[in-house]
Design a protein around this ligand. Structure first.
Ligand code: ZN
Length: 258
C-alpha cells in the first residue's frame, strides 16, 4: 500500500474545525505528525550534518551544509555583535533574555546588526566558510552567561530548550516540519546516495520525515521498483532511496536537487 501521506491536510482540517469551535484542538490528530511532548523555547540553528561535536579541543559544534544555507537564532534576544571577527571571518553574537549567549561563525552573509532584536527562529545569516574554516559550516557556541570564558556544550544548551542535533528548521523550531513519510520496515539511512555508504540509522517502520533535497545515486531495486533517486533527510543525517519515500513519483515533486 503506497497511499499518500495526508497529515498536512488533516492538520489544516483540524485547525479549521477548531477555529470554528466545533472540537477541541487536540482531537482528531491520530494521523498527524508527532508533536514534541515538552514545550520548547528553542529553535534549530541550521539544517545540516554535525561534523564536529563539542569537546575539550573544540568549543562549539560544527553544522555543515551547502553555502547559503539559512542560519537561525536559537532563541529570542538582542544582537550584541555582528561583523568581522578573527578566526570566524564573520560572527554574530546574541544575548538571550535568560542571560545566555549564542555565537555563530563563518557565515558569508549576515542579515542582522548590533542592537537589533531577534525572535527565536529568525533567519540571521547565510552559511559560508569565511575565516579559519575548511568548508561551509556553522560554528555554534553557547555560553551560560556573558562572563563565561568557555562555551558550554551546545547539545546540552539546545536540549534544555527542546532542540536535538541534528535538527530541521521550521514549524517554530521545536517540532521539525515534515513533508513526506517513509514506508516499509528496516529502511536504511546512509551517509551518501550510494549502497556502499555507511548506514547511519535504520528505520523500523513508517516515519514522517523532512526531505530537504534529492539527488541521483546508486540505482536500487526493491519492492518491485528500480530508482536511482535518493532523498536527503537532515534530521536523520543521511539519504534514503526514494523507493522508501511514500510517493508514487520516482523523483519527488517540489523537492530541489541537492
Ligand atoms: Zn567549529
Amino acid at each position: 500500500m503506497r497511499a499518500l501521506k495526508r497529515s498536512k491536510f488533516i492538520g489544516l482540517f483540524v485547525a479549521t474545525v477548531a477555529a470554528a469551535g466545533l472540537v477541541p484542538l487536540a482531537a482528531g490528530t491520530a494521523d498527524a505528525a508527532p508533536v514534541a511532548a515538552a514545550a520548547a523555547t528553542g529553535s534549530c540553528p541550521a539544517a545540516g550534518t554535525v561534523t564536529q561535536w563539542w569537546h575539550s579541543g573544540h568549543d562549539g559544534v560544527d553544522i555543515a551544509n551547502s553555502r547559503g544555507t539559512a542560519i537561525y537564532a536559537t532563541g529570542a534576544g538582542t544582537v550584541i555583535a555582528s561583523g568581522p571577527a578573527s578566526g570566524y571571518g564573520q560572527w554574530i553574537r546574541i544575548r538571550h533574555d535568560d542571560g545566555t549567549i549564542t555565537e555563530y561563525g563563518h557565515m558569508y552573509e549576515r542579515l542582522v546588526s548590533v542592537n537589533q532584536r531577534v525572535t527565536a527562529g529568525q533567519h540571521i545569516a547565510r552559511m559560508g566558510s569565511e575565516g579559519d574554516s575548511s568548508g561551509n559550516h556553522l560554528h555554534l557556541r553557547t555560553y551560560a552567561s556573558a562572563s563565561a570564558s568557555r562555551g558550554m556544550n551546545p547539545v546540552d544548551y539546545l536540549s534544555a530548550r527542546g532542540v536535538g542535533l541534528p535538527c530541521t528548521p521550521g514549524g517554530g523550531g521545536e517540532t521539525p516540519g515534515t513533508n513526506f513519510s517513509t514506508w516499509g520496515t528496516s529502511v536504511r539511512v546512509r551517509q551518501d546516495a550510494r549502497l556502499n555508504a555507511a548506514v547511519v540509522r535504520t528505520l523500523t517502520g513508517p516515519t514522517p520525515v523532512y526531505v530537504e533535497c534529492q539527488k541521483r545515486g546508486d540505482s536500487v531495486t526493491a519492492e518491485g521498483y528500480t530508482n536511482d533517486a535518493w532523498s536527503y533527510i537532515p534530521a536523520l543525517g543521511g539519504y534514503i532511496t526514494n523507493i522508501y519515500i511514500d510517493h508514487p513519483a520516482a523523483w519527488l515533486p517540489g523537492v530541489r536537487e541537492c
